[in-house]
Design a binder for this molecule. Structure first.
Ligand SMILES: [Zn+2]
Ligand SMILES: [Zn+2]
Length: 330
């Protein structure tokens, strides 16, 4: 089969590789759509993966073609985290906090391939009429939903999202659905702000909009965090979602506001995927009902054979993009 294989930092090749071996408890999936995550850019161009060669891609969906007669012919998205199922976090089903996990697309082969063997427990079956491109957005979709759930958006809230990338715009839609009276976005990119307007989100204007009830920090940049803390009302809530690229320095005057305004601050990581709390099934339901726009986030579609063109475009920011998706089948 063909796959995009990362051989070393900056060395991604579209090439022939052996078909994956399907082990007990797994099915063979024909990958139909795979999104490029923002985190794939540093993974491919700077940091590398845990070992080489690796097939990246942790946001994918496809058709089950072998391994279990009951599942063959069904479509599915894939929860990319393979938990140890032994540690304290796994015992309560909070797999994102697992101490010893495996991961499709970073620690083991992912979805930038024609086929992948997937653990049945990680399959999220999707309706036949939901496009694969849409289903491949389930991972960022679930991350955005988890963030808003943790933020505890309430009826009538003014909610502000820092970072208007794909997850920010998904989170903004979940905040609106949770009953926020007003959802605003902040971004340093004018193009991203213009794109956000298509989803009905205006830029946050502290003068006009006033202080906010809750904030989602999705950039991982210290100035954004400081602005968010300053924008919150007394007793406001902030959730930190953005991965920091470097040390985060907070000015003393801003730090003091955390205390004086008695703010609640919490982090969010990945998404929940268990019997009680499942951001994945909720995301699929919102996709199927059309309540939340996902596919509209895709600005670029490429065949997998053009993986280098796609990733270079993103790395060098040659064009404005929100979501870049490899389409292998409809
Ligand atoms: Zn991702
Ligand atoms: Zn575990």
């Amino acid at each position: 089969m063909n796959a995009a294989v990362l051989h070393a930092v900056g060395d991604l090749r579209y090439e022939k590789v052996p078909m994956p071996t399907v082990h007990e408890g797994e099915v063979l999936m024909k990958v139909m759509a795979a999104g490029v995550c923002g985190s794939d850019i540093p993974r491919v161009f700077e940091k590398g993966t845990y070992h080489f060669p690796t097939i990246p891609g942790h946001e994918f969906a496809g058709l089950i073609v072998d391994g279990d007669p009951e599942l063959v012919g069904k479509r599915a998205a894939v929860f990319p985290l393979l938990p140890c199922r032994k540690c304290a976090s796994c015992e309560v089903g909070e797999y994102a906090n697992c101490k010893n996990y495996d991961y499709y697309g970073s620690r083991r082969a992912g979805g930038f391939a024609e086929y992948i063997a997937v653990d049945k427990r990680n399959l999220v079956i999707t309706p036949d009429d939901l496009s694969y491109a849409c289903a491949s957005l389930c991972e960022p979709g679930a991350v955005g939903r988890a963030a808003i759930r943790r933020l505890g958006v309430e009826l009538g809230d003014l909610c502000v999202i820092w970072g208007a990338g794909p997850i920010g715009l998904i989170a903004a839609q979940w905040a609106r659905r949770a009953g926020a009276a007003c959802v605003r976005v902040v971004d340093i990119s004018a193009e991203k702000l213009a794109f956000a307007k298509k989803f009905g989100f205006e830029p946050y204007d502290p003068e006009k909009d006033g202080p906010c009830d809750c904030a989602l920090e999705g950039t991982g940049a210290a100035p954004a965090l400081c602005d968010a803390i300053s924008a919150l009302k007394a007793h406001g809530r902030i959730v930190l979602m953005g991965n920091p690229a470097r040390d985060m320095t907070i000015k003393q005057s801003v730090y003091s506001q955390l205390l004086r305004k008695e703010l609640s601050l919490r982090g969010t990581w990945n998404s929940s995927y268990n019997q009680t709390v499942n951001d994945w099934s909720a995301t699929i339901a919102a996709m199927a009902s059309g309540e939340i726009k996902y596919e509209e986030l895709i600005t670029h579609r490429f065949p997998l054979s053009e993986c280098n063109r796609a990733l270079d475009m993103m790395h060098e920011r040659r064009e404005f993009y929100t979501k870049v998706t490899f389409i292998m089948g409809e």
